[in-house]
Every structure is written in C-alpha cells, then in structure tokens.
Ligand binder design. Structure first.
Ligand code: ADP
Ligand code: MG
Length: 263
C-alpha cells in the first residue's frame, strides 16, 4: 500500500432491497422490489422510462423514503434500524453517515461550478473531516489520475467536455471511499463520441472492491461488465439474471420488446 493510499479503504458492501413499495399520491412507482447485489459485484438496471429505476436508486441512497420495505447497505438497514425487535426510522445524522458510504453519479454530473476539478474531488472528505486538506488534495490527484484527468486539476467544470465532467464526478464519488456507487444513466447526457470514455472508467472500477449499481441503456456495456442484469417494468423486477440470459434469451415479451427498441 503506497503512502498515498488511505489506510481505511472501505470494503465493498452488499446491497439488499427488501419488499420496496413507493407511491406518489395514488401512483405506485415501486411495487414490491426484492434485490440483492453481492459485495463487489456489478448490477445493471434496464427498463423503460418511468419504470422506477431512478426512484429505486434514490431509495438505496435514502434520497427517497420507501412507504413499505427497507434497504440495507453492508448489512445495516438504511433509513430504519432495529429497536426492541422493530424497525425504527433513523435520525438525519445517521442517514447522513450511512449515505457517506454510498457514491452517487448523476446523469447531469452535478459538479460545483465555482470549484476547480481538484476542489470538487477534495471537498467532501474535508467537509466530513475524513481527511486534512493536504491529504484530500493528494488523494484527489491520485483519483484524477485514475480517471485520466490528472492534467485538469486546476480547470473549472465549464472548461471540460461532458465526458471529462462525468469522469470528475466519478472521482468525486470515489473520494469518500464508498462501499457502493450508484450510477443513474451516467452517459445519457453525453454526445455519443464521449460515452465510451465514461463507460471505460466505470468498467475499470468493476471487480475493484466497490459494489456498482448502474442504470443505463448501454446494452453492450451491460453484456460485458454486469454480473447481473435486472429488467424493471412498472415498478417490478420482470426478470433478472446473467447478461447472456436476460439480454440474449429474455423470457418476457416486455423485455424482448424493450431490447428491440434500445439495441
Ligand atoms: P425511471 O428512472 O425509470 O424513468 P422514475 O423512478 O424517475 O423512473 O419515475 C417512476 C415514476 O414515478 C414515473 O411515472 C414518474 O413520473 C414518477 N415520479 C418520479 N418522481 C416523482 C415525484 N417526485 N413526484 C411524483 N411522481 C414522480
Ligand atoms: Mg430515471
């Protein structure tokens, strides 16, 4: 382990979603989701627009509260905890602490426009007192190297291409050494020629000690990188399995129809 490697690199965490239900008013968005993503594995979630993919990811990160069911990351329930044999809601501080184990990469990058690339990556470890400024800078430079952007440390987000911005966002997610990273359509906002460089960075993370859940329509990526592909439709998991099964021999007509539209 080099001196630049943080001593307490976190281990990949298993993610389980148990009987997740969510309504917006009378509109049922999640309709009984049960999902386990083993520690260190890659799950790709596919499904038509409005099928509940983003809501599911947001529930895992506790940005969205489930009406029924619960999520756990690394064995600890998020949003609820056991109290005298019952599940009790966690307080805001506990939620923030648990959320710090989960990285989230959004479709639209969401970088801080007034901070440099290096500051974007170093900000959270300093703000959460996980690192001194000097340690955070050093580890941010290492992470920027890992996503191929060591030379852009002092640039501002607006000076970068979309693909470069998304790679900074991935470095920023890695800076908190998360056990899990959630990607919500990380390449959907990119020009086609920039998609590959972002997928290459995600692929590079696969099998590297972080659990990855990736919502994407990039079928070739899913085929190559996913351990499991999940097809979501109407707030339910219609089918799931290894990529060669779900993508090449889907059992459900809805899955076949969806694949014929995105391929
Ligand atoms: P996906 O990511 O698969 O496109 P979403 O999880 O974003 O789907 O949304 C699922 C459904 O929930 C959609 O019908 C959407 O319109 C609805 N929805 C999402 N967020 C909200 C919200 N905050 N209020 C009301 N309806 C919402
Ligand atoms: Mg979505």
């Amino acid at each position: 382990m080099s001196a630049a490697t943080p001593a307490r690199e976190r281990a990949a965490a298993e993610v389980t979603v148990h009987n997740a239900h969510k309504w917006y008013g009378s509109h049922r968005v999640l309709n009984g989701i049960d999902l386990t993503v083993p520690a260190g594995q890659v799950t790709v979630i596919l499904g038509p627009s409005g099928s509940g993919k983003s809501t599911l990811l947001r529930a895992v990160n506790h940005l969205e509260k489930l009406d029924v069911g619960h999520v756990s990351v690394g064995g600890e329930p998020i949003g609820v905890r056991h109290h005298r044999g019952r599940l009790k809601e966690l307080g805001e501080r506990a939620i923030l602490a648990q959320r710090s184990r989960i990285g989230f990469v959004f479709q639209n990058f969401n970088l801080f426009p007034h901070l440099t690339v290096l500051e974007n990556v170093a900000a959270a470890p300093v703000a959460t007192r996980r690192a001194t400024k000097a340690q955070a800078r050093e580890s941010a430079l290492r992470l920027l190297g890992r996503v191929g952007l060591a030379g852009k440390a002092d640039a501002y987000p607006r000076q970068l291409s979309g693909g470069q911005q998304q790679r900074v966002a991935i470095a920023r997610a890695l800076a908190l050494e998360p056990g899990v990273i959630l990607f919500d359509e990380p390449t959907s906002a990119l020009d086609p020629e920039l998609v590959g460089e972002v997928l290459a960075v995600i692929k590079d993370l696969a099998g590297g000690g972080t659990t990855l859940i990736v919502v994407t329509h990039e079928i070739a990526f899913a085929r190559e990188v996913a351990d499991t592909v999940v097809f979501l439709d109407g707030g339910r998991i219609l089918e799931q399995g290894p990529p060669e099964q779900v993508l090449s021999r889907p059992r459900e007509a809805r899955t076949r129809e969806f694949l014929s539209r995105v391929l």
